[in-house]
Design a protein around this ligand. Structure first.
Ligand code: HSE
Length: 309
């Protein structure tokens, strides 16, 4: 039997649409992500548990976990029956890499139980492929950090899909999910098909500047450059009063604030705990739309997917 945990993540990280992703872990030591337990069995079985298991499809064959199992068996050319328990702790369509958590935890667990037939590059390719089938197009900015941890720069080079880049040790990442859901594929469809040359140049400048500031450890420059010209202008209408929230959070002292992945979760960054707590409190009072929503003050999760127990 094997049990794997895969952490939640912030796609895009403001400045890197489909190119940057960060795995997160609450600073209070709790885990924010999905768990998958797999054991060998005589026939395929899937049990759904966890806080958000009620959001999963009734039909097992519509569950991402089933898709992962099927594709994994196809690649290793063996049809092996397993019994899987999915502990679904991340809300679906939250913008916190919920589908990535389930995909990563399942594929890592499958690979472990069969003595690693796939290397990490092959596994990541498969994760991206499955994420792409669910969301409309392949993007690695959730699966990669959830699998490998930290802040990941997506390269999609012929040999290297993604690599970890330096992060800022004293940054607190405050994430808020308002308790409503937005489908990633819908949120991708509303984006323009084309962008002007000016936007392309500006986006390249901000993203390359952010990477430079990360390597040269200039936190203030990095934070100023975390701006989104690709998705935020079009997606913000899907979020509850986003601009108002952003303005308030910045006034409290956040050094950055943006949409997490395809939303409706948002993230903000603070460089001290007092400000992080004030932001968290404000978000709890003002951004949550119902009592399923949540706010967490997080660090980056540098470990990524891991064995539990
Ligand atoms: N980069 C993806 C998007 C992340 O913004 O559509 C989805 O969570």
């Amino acid at each position: 039997m094997i049990k794997i945990y895969a952490p939640a993540s912030i796609g895009n990280v403001g400045v890197g649409f489909d190119i940057l992703g960060a795995a997160i872990i609450p600073i209070n030591g709790t885990l924010l992500g999905d768990f998958v337990t797999i054991k060998l069995s005589t026939k395929f079985k899937l049990v759904n548990k966890g806080i958000f298991s009620n959001q999963l499809p009734q039909n097992t064959q519509h569950n991402i976990v089933w898709k992962c199992w099927l594709k994994f068996c196809k690649i290793i050319k063996k049809n092996i029956s397993v019994s899987i328990t999915l502990e679904k702790n991340m809300p679906i369509g939250s913008g916190l890499g919920s589908s990535a958590c389930s995909i990563v935890a399942t594929l890592v667990a499958m690979n472990e139980i069969f003595n690693k037939p796939l290397n990490s590059n092959e596994l990541l390719l498969l994760m991206g492929e499955i994420e792409g089938e669910i969301s409309g197009s392949i993007h690695y900015d959730n699966v990669s950090p959830s699998y490998l941890g930290g802040l990941q720069l997506i390269l999609e080079d012929s040999e290297v899909i993604s690599q970890k880049i330096p992060n800022f040790k004293n940054w607190f990442w405050i994430i808020a999910w308002p308790g409503i859901n937005i489908s990633t594929s819908e949120s991708r469809k509303i984006l323009p098909k084309k962008y002007t040359k000016e936007i392309c140049i500006k986006n390249s400048r901000y993203l390359s500047g952010f990477i430079h500031a990360s390597y040269s450890q200039q936190p203030n420059l990095a934070a100023r450059l975390m701006q989104d010209f690709i998705a935020e202008p079009y997606r913000m209408k899907l979020l509850p009063n986003f601009l108002n929230a952003k303005e308030h959070i910045k006034k409290i002292g956040a050094i950055s604030c943006g949409i997490s992945g395809s939303g409706p979760a948002i993230f903000s960054v603070a460089n001290n705990i007092c400000i992080a707590e004030k932001i968290s409190l404000w978000l709890k009072k003002n951004y949550l739309q119902n009592n399923t929503g949540f706010v967490h003050i997080c660090f980056l999760d540098l470990k990524g997917a891991r064995k539990i127990g």
